[in-house]
Design a protein around this ligand. Structure first.
Ligand code: GLN
Length: 304
């Protein structure tokens, strides 16, 4: 498979489609990003690294960070994590409150805001310096010291994060948050503000295509079974109430963020990152989804 040629072709085709999405204006700082940005980068196990468009431009990875916080918490507390957060697709929007009442403060999965807030709480209880320890962990995965949070984005979300405040307090009312909600939320907003380029994202996530082993150093980040489980969760829950659609059209485990980024994994093959800021109604990158659909269709490679 010549991934370079394929990416070149698909990029040219998708670049000019009508970009029907909307910017994530509910976080004011995100609406300042140029909507025309479009980048893609692939990193393969066989060491192909190739990008098109603005693949070096940094953007706010937002909910993609939920995969990284889950992985760190999973490493620390192991399977106990599944007592606090489920592994079922919710069929609801990323910021939904509705199921928490019936489920008594146990979020359906770790990629909903509710689930990621619980994971943030677990990390707060287990890390000495949560903000520094988390970024150190993320930097260590791909040996990339250039990764940083954005204080501007975190503050912008904090100023208007009323739904997340509601979610965290609601879960706390069931006794399922250990720390002070304001501390949990500050940490959650910091995690979501992490900035990366498509190139950095695909390099960082490549270990999930490599059974949990770092590709640059062969060090274990997750066990084989844990890595399989993270991919399974990305497959079933990574796109909220559009997870079925993503599996149907793209056929790979993946995760989106409201900054317009998507990371997708082909186990034993590659990690691919796409960025285009305009989002569809489900909060997933419109062009990013189209790119990946065309890419896996044309490559005739998916996990199915
Ligand atoms: N920080 C965002 C929020 O909590 C993350 C949502 C997303 O990327 N889907 O609303």
């Amino acid at each position: 498979m010549n991934f370079e040629d394929l990416i070149r072709d698909v990029y040219q085709k998708i670049k000019n489609i009508d970009d029907k999405g909307e910017m994530a204006s509910y976080i004011p700082e995100l609406s300042k990003v140029n909507p025309k940005n479009f980048g893609v980068h692939i990193s393969t196990i066989k060491k192909v690294n190739f990008g098109m468009g603005n693949y070096n431009g940094k953007f706010s990875i937002q909910s993609i960070t939920k995969v990284l916080s889950l992985i760190l918490a999973y490493r620390i507390v192991g399977d106990e994590i599944w007592d606090r957060v489920g592994v079922e697709p919710s069929g609801t929007a990323f910021n939904s409150l509705v199921q928490l009442e019936a489920d008594k403060g146990i979020p359906r999965n770790p990629f909903l805001n509710a689930g990621a807030i619980v994971v943030s709480d677990i990390l707060l209880s287990n890390l000495k310096n949560p903000k520094e320890d988390f970024i150190d962990f993320v930097r260590s995965i791909s040996n990339n010291k250039a990764l940083e949070y954005s204080n501007k984005i975190a503050q912008s979300e904090k100023d208007v994060g009323y739904r997340n405040v509601a979610l965290c307090n609601f879960i706390k009312s069931f006794g399922k948050i250990e720390n002070e909600p304001s501390d949990v939320l500050d940490f959650y907003f910091d995690l979501c503000s992490l900035e990366m380029s498509c190139k950095e994202l695909s390099e960082l996530f490549l270990f999930l295509a490599n059974n949990g082993l770092g590709v640059h150093n062969n060090k274990s980040i997750l066990s084989e079974s844990q890595s399989k489980r993270i991919n399974a969760l990305m497959q079933t829950c990574g796109f909220y109430d559009e997870s079925g659609e993503f599996a149907f059209k793209v056929g790979l485990p993946g995760k989106s963020g409201v900054g317009g980024g998507i990371i997708a994994i082909h186990p034993n093959q590659y990690a691919i990152a796409v960025w285009s800021p305009k989002l569809n109604k489900k909060g997933n990158s419109h062009k990013g989804m189209k790119f990946l659909e065309e890419f896996t269709t044309r490559s005739e490679l998916s996990i199915f």
